[in-house]
Design a protein around this ligand. Structure first.
Ligand code: FCB
Length: 457
């Protein structure tokens, strides 16, 4: 680690997830996932698209691994589709589904790329949703044999495991706001889902350690600053709540502090929990969730400015914090705010003290396509990575134990309810031909990876 460089053993990677890239939705006995069901329900996805084909990575993984190798990628974070392994969520293992991941892992190792496997990135088997999904404790129970089956098969070659990706999204977008699968709008179910997601993380940790001694395992949370729009008491209280909902609700229990009291009180007051509070928490649950992790994965995209809705606008103080100008927003409508990455890493480091952290996702959506010469000059994405990498480097200089950075994403893919219009890739995908074309940002990152250096202007 120097003023101009990252630590020598810094892990440079790219990330994807199963439903967003694999396609082959019916291949080799894969069962239906909640995302198949949701995407095929009219009105749920902006362009009516689904992941049936996506980037056809299931059939093109060898080409994709070669592409990563050509970019000097050192680590690849991918996810495993539960319905490929256990088509009905539980029961007999579908070995053909696991064979795919085994082939992928072999190809990665052959290319000198370190596999980081995420066990759950939102594609729950529909059969489990039919029994209540994550709002039911039985789904957390079903996660354990699924993890056993995967680690049994891949644990001899995969040493880095992430139990869950962004349980906030899986619970709150899936069961509170209903904009993600399974599309439920029910705050009580969402809170129960968050607990069962975390519980299944806690239960998975010892399984991974037992089956794969020496493995490094953790969970990935999506985190970011929540700032009050003004210094009014109402805005501060709203920001406290938003931070509790998004950040602390997940960080606190994972780091052994249980669910934050202020949030339990808020949820009871808002009728999302019974008067008794978190009544679904059973003896031993909090201890399980607090299982020792080797690292925390941090996904960072943006910050949020919070305005109180508890008082009428005219009674509130004038905002003193606003998002940056619209030209600094990505096509998702997310503000580009690199200092937020430094703030987030430092907050987690100082308040929770994880042994290690990885940025497991960071990236931006711009639809820049090929010019007349075929070049994809995604200069705004290059600037995005440059500025966020500088922020990450500053956090390391300030003491944060950041051990790696994964760009989201290797290639353009299925952006959930936003369909194929949002492009996050450093590699362009032509969905008609499945041609992959590295963008300027891929060349930029390849240089950073090779030099291990903090990018300059
Ligand atoms: C994250 C998800 C990832 C991708 C990016 C843009 O919340 O983990 O799958 O959709 O956002």
């Amino acid at each position: 680690m120097t003023d101009s460089g990252f630590p020598d053993d810094f892990v440079w990677g790219v990330a994807t997830s199963s439903y967003q890239i694999e396609g082959a939705a019916q291949a080799d006995g894969r069962g239906e996932s909640i995302w198949d069901r949701f995407a095929n329900t009219p009105g749920k996805v902006i362009d009516g698209s689904n992941g049936d084909v996506a980037c056809d990575h299931y059939h093109r993984f060898a080409e994709d691994v070669a592409l990563m190798k050509s970019l000097g990628v050192r680590a690849y974070r991918f996810s495993i589709a539960w319905p490929r392994v256990l088509p009905q969520g539980r029961g007999a293992v579908n070995h053909k589904g696991l064979d795919f991941y085994s082939r992928l892992v072999d190809a990665l190792l052959e290319a000198g790329i370190q596999p980081f496997a995420t066990l759950y990135h939102w594609d729950l088997p529909q059969a489990l949703e039919d029994e209540g999904g994550w709002s039911s404790r039985s789904t957390a129970e079903a996660f354990v044999p699924y993890v056993e089956a995967v680690v049994d098969r891949l644990g001899d070659r995969v040493g880095d495991w992430i139990t869950h990706n962004e349980p906030w999204c899986a619970s709150m977008l899936g069961y509170e706001r209903g904009i993600h699968a399974p599309g439920v709008v029910d705050k009580a179910r969402a809170i129960a889902a968050s607990h069962h997601l975390l519980l299944s993380h806690g239960w998975a940790m010892p399984v991974i350690r037992a089956k794969c001694p020496g493995a490094r395992a953790g969970i990935t949370l999506n985190l970011g600053p929540m700032l009050p729009a003004s210094d009014s008491a109402a805005d501060h209280d709203a920001a406290r709540h938003a931070d509790g909902h998004f950040n602390r609700w997940f960080l606190d229990p994972v780091f052994g502090r249980g669910y934050p009291d202020d949030m339990v009180r808020d949820y009871v007051a808002r009728g999302c929990l019974p008067a008794g509070g978190m009544t679904m928490v059973e003896a031993g649950d909090l201890e399980a969730i607090a299982a020792r992790t080797d690292f925390l994965g941090v996904n960072y995209y943006n910050r949020t400015i919070i305005r109180s809705e508890a008082i009428p606008e005219h009674e509130n103080e004038a905002p003193v914090r606003t998002l940056g100008p619209e030209q600094d927003w990505t096509e998702m409508g997310w503000e580009v705010y690199p200092p937020g990455l430094h703030q987030t890493l430092m907050r987690v480091h100082l308040h929770y003290g994880p042994r290690k952290m990885y940025v497991t996702e960071n990236g931006c959506s711009y639809s820049t396509g090929p010019d007349a010469t075929g070049r994809i000059a995604d200069t705004r994405r290059v600037a995005f990575f440059r500025d966020h990498l500088r922020a990450a480097h500053r956090a390391i200089a300030d003491g944060a134990p950041l051990a790696g950075y994964f760009a989201w994403s290797l290639m353009d893919n299925y952006e959930w309810e936003r369909g194929y219009g949002q492009r996050f890739g450093i590699v362009h995908v032509d969905y008609e031909t499945q041609a992959r074309t590295p963008k300027d940002s891929a060349a930029f990152l390849a240089k950073v990876f090779a030099q291990n250096a903090v990018p300059q202007d």
